[in-house]
Design a binder for this molecule. Structure first.
Ligand SMILES: *Cc1c(COP(=O)(O)O)cnc(C)c1O
Length: 361
């Protein structure tokens, strides 16, 4: 038996053990072909099939049909911050944002750097990004509205899909809660994120685009920055991140086999419930965001002192409960409970939190 720890990393994050085992089994010889996916041409029949499976599985899990296209690109969600305005923000319109934290702020910064028009439709910066704004005001000529569905660092999450007026595309960074629960995905015109949080290893970026949005694309773009390039060549205009896509395909299959996105929601609610129950019933641990907006994926919390937080993180590690340190920009502790985190890990963490409180309060 290989020892495995309980991994609460915010990303790259835990993967299903069964997926890792399959990958291991196929590592030297993929389906008896005598070579590894690591060594395989992205133009081979085998890899084309892997790509096609992953792309169609993703759309199926989202309940989307032919009017959407799924891509796997490189450059991370961070490259999308730039690529989206480059493709869909004309000079005479404004990019609209709801600013809910560090990642939204980074997306906003890219538009500023381009010298283009933008409008902050709402922001929770006034209260340190501890809530999700419930109202917003779009600009006169919005090119689109951009939101971040889950705020990985602050631990807030949108509980409903925002309503936008007809004709205003809705664009969302879904990096850290993609496929963690059912959403009305058909309300969104473009959804993207780094795979390394909830659907696979680092190296691939998922992008799902409603085909009708492509009519609004600007012309004369650099080849690699143009979504059309990747759509026309089925995500293989140049060499795609083949191994990451292969693992993503397996994780998507694992999600299907475990009840799809509603199955994930059930598991995720139960896991987050263990931790939130403790935060809600303790004077020792303190949640840092408003209750109604708290995330199922990333749970930041504080202890009475920074000293105790250090001790908590160190002793947790001795119990194989790893990566519980909060993001360097906010401090404290954070447990990330993505799809692939086993139920047992959340239970063990809850147990440990109770013991630690007893000993130290
Ligand atoms: C991690 C993260 C990003 C950045 O993703 P990269 O793939 O590292 O560029 C962007 N947005 C959110 C919400 C994230 O959690």
């Amino acid at each position: 038996m290989v020892k495995r720890v309980y991994n609460f990393s915010a990303g790259p994050a835990v993967l299903p053990e069964s997926v890792l085992k399959e990958v291991q089994q196929e590592l030297l010889s993929y389906q008896g072909k005598g070579l590894s996916v690591l060594e395989m041409s992205h133009r081979s029949t085998e890899f084309k099939q892997i790509m096609e499976d992953a792309r169609s599985r993703m759309l199926k899990l989202m309940g989307l049909g032919d009017d959407y296209v799924a891509l796997f690109l490189q450059g991370g969600a961070s490259t999308q911050f730039y690529m989206i305005p480059l493709n869909f923000l004309p000079d005479d319109k404004e990019a609209n944002f709801i600013n809910t934290g560090a990642w939204s702020t980074k997306a906003i910064k890219e538009v500023k750097k381009m010298g283009k028009k933008l409008h902050i439709a709402a922001s929770s910066e006034d209260k340190d990004f501890t809530y999700i704004p419930k109202e917003w005001q779009l600009s006169e000529n919005p090119a689109y509205l951009h939101i971040t569905t889950n705020n990985t660092i602050r631990g807030t999450e949108w509980k409903t899909d925002p309503d936008v007026p007809a004709g205003v595309p809705l664009i969302a960074d879904m990096s850290s809660n993609f496929l963690s629960k059912p959403l009305d995905f058909s309300k969104y015109d473009l959804m993207y994120g780094g795979a390394q949080k909830n659907i696979g290893p680092a190296g691939a970026t998922f992008v799902v685009i409603k085909k009708s949005l492509l009519e609004k694309q600007r012309e004369g773009l650099a080849t690699m920055m143009d979504y059309q390039t990747h759509i026309q060549k089925d995500s293989a205009f140049n060499t795609p991140p083949t191994f990451a896509i292969y693992v993503i395909g397996k994780v998507l299959k694992w999600i299907e086999d475990n009840g799809g996105v509603s199955g994930m929601q059930k598991r995720n609610e139960e896991k987050a419930g263990y931790i939130y129950d403790i935060l809600d019933n303790s004077d020792f641990y303190r949640g840092t965001v408003v209750k109604e907006d708290r995330s199922m994926m990333n749970i930041p919390f504080r202890l009475p002192t920074e000293e105790l937080e250090k001790k908590f993180i160190a002793e947790a590690a001795e119990h194989d409960l790893l990566t519980l340190k909060g993001h360097r920009s906010v401090g404290g502790c954070r447990a990330s409970l993505y799809n692939s985190l086993p139920m047992e890990a959340a239970r063990k963490l809850a147990e440990f939190m109770q013991e630690f409180e007893k000993k130290n309060s």
